[in-house]
Ligand binder design. Structure first.
Ligand SMILES: O=P(O)(O)OP(=O)(O)OP(=O)(O)OC[C@H]1O[C@@H](n2cnc3c(O)ncnc32)[C@H](O)[C@@H]1O
Ligand SMILES: [Mg+2]
Length: 194
């Protein structure tokens, strides 16, 4: 049986881990984590995350959480999507802007799909969180991925994720929206965190 101290968040990304710990602090105060870079299937975000969770549950031999993050440009029908890591790596923030130079539509959404898998023989459950916004020229600190080029829709702030403080980002982000669904699931299934 899973418990608050036995669910392991498997990720190779320290920035993700920091955000997840902060957002989940009230539900899973002692979230365990393991730094593993898992192979990732190609395809739709939900399937990528689900397959990642199955692999992680086999490696950890216990209950795991994983997530996969996409950045989807509406003018490009959702691309780069789950391939954003490699686009960012190869063409950088300017290159991401240039991809949209032929289009007037600069809107995009950030998508985070968490998957919880109770163990090696269980089917993962996925939680899809999205945050709408637009792609802008890079502004703000460059320590976390595409944060400088994504300006989320916000009632008052016109800041990129990189320019926001963590609390502000966590209030509206794709990650916090996905984790809100995960929290609901944990509340409906209290046995998981006993
Ligand atoms: O081990 P995993 O959890 O897979 O970590 P990863 O860094 O490989 O992450 P992904 O496969 O989900 O690829 C997502 C890419 O988007 C970046 N990214 C993820 N969340 C982000 C966020 O909230 N803001 C900016 N960039 C983000 C991340 O650095 C990657 O380049
Ligand atoms: Mg990855």
């Amino acid at each position: 049986m899973a418990s608050a101290s036995t669910v392991t968040f498997v990720t190779g990304n320290k920035n993700k881990l920091a955000e997840v710990k902060e957002i989940l602090a009230d539900v899973v105060p002692l979230l365990k984590s393991q730094d593993l870079d898992l192979p990732e299937l190609q395809g739709e975000p939900g399937d990528i995350s689900s397959e990642k969770a199955k692999l992680a549950a086999i490696k950890i031999n216990g209950p795991v959480l994983v997530e996969d993050t996409s950045l989807c440009f509406n003018a490009l029908n959702g691309l780069p999507g789950p391939y954003i890591k490699w686009f960012l790596d190869k063409i950088g923030h300017d290159g991401l802007n240039n991809l949209l130079s032929a289009y007037t539509d600069k809107t995009a959404y950030a998508q985070c799909v968490f998957a919880f898998c109770a163990g090696p023989n269980s089917e993962p459950v996925v939680f899809d969180g999205r945050c709408p916004g637009q792609i802008v020229k890079a502004r703000g600190p460059t320590n976390f991925g595409w944060d400088p080029v994504f300006q989320p829709d916000h009632p008052t702030l016109k800041l990129t994720f990189a320019e926001m403080n963590k609390a502000e980002k966590n209030k509206i982000s794709h990650r916090s929206r996905s984790l809100a669904l995960l929290k609901e699931y944990f509340i409906k299934h209290p046995e998981i965190l006993k």
